[in-house]
Design a protein. Sequence first.
Length: 160
Amino acid sequence: MDSPEADGVVAEQLLRLTRRLHRSQQRQLETAGIAITPAQSRLLRILAHYDRPPRMADLAARLEVVPRAVTSLVDGLEASGRVRRAPDPDNRRVIRIELTDTGRDTLRRLRSARRAAAEDILAPLTAEQREELGGLLSTLVDGDQAAAPACGEEETVRRS
């Protein structure tokens, strides 16, 4: 049953599932008392994967947004104590963005909320079905090697 209509149905199901996963994760975060936007959450996850604190320009490129958008995200995260701006030791004109202990704690809570949300979503599936779904999703995610890697738990950003 390979047709554009069937592909459209699958795409819609994936979108609905993504929204459901996001809502479940947000409920988990609210229950834990964590106030953070999805964009701030993504920025924290990206920060955690750098070997050394990145520049704002690095983050803007990674997020595929204009630098001003990163400035706004960093402002909010800095106000909540999750990140701090620090001068680059080699070039004091360059500002790097560092995770704080509060930021690392928030990341742990975000990961926990994501796992709990995934467990909620995947509960109806057997272990075999989960394994099969994981394999199918990996095939889809890995199929676009030209795209920037998703910010998963195991990803590491390499600096050149």
